[in-house]
Design a protein around this ligand. Sequence first.
Ligand code: DHK
Length: 144
Amino acid sequence: MKTVCLLNGPNLNLLGQRQPEIYGRETLADVEADCAKLASELGLNLRALQSNHEGVLVDAIQAARQDAAGIVINPAAYSHTSVAILDALNAFDGPVIEVHISNIHRRESFRHHSHVSARADAVIAGLGTEGYRAALRRMAQLLA
Ligand code: DHK
């Protein structure tokens, strides 16, 4: 069974509590549990990690080189700042799908650019937490 890494960046541990008018009321635990269930329906194994630390996310992306077929990542604020996460993703061979819960293009201008989009095979923004499930469905197609 192929493994997909679901990576979430800073402040997404507060999903459900933090600015629910933007990020919704579903918690990260809800999202990860739903994604694990959907992944098994799609014949995939899910490994989920959230970190508030850029280097931990870089380490997780490097570890994915060993045993993961694809990466679904919401880099959160690091989308807009992190060349290190882009470099790590560029060293990963499988498909990468970038998720933003909100429509970053309708928000402050500093959120409009994502470094990660230069590497992503697909970018999902503005679907709310449904974006993670959409990403997994697309990932299953890409890995079929
Ligand atoms: C999440 C964040 O935490 C922000 O820093 C990004 C992203 C947008 C999201 O929409 O999921 O700018």
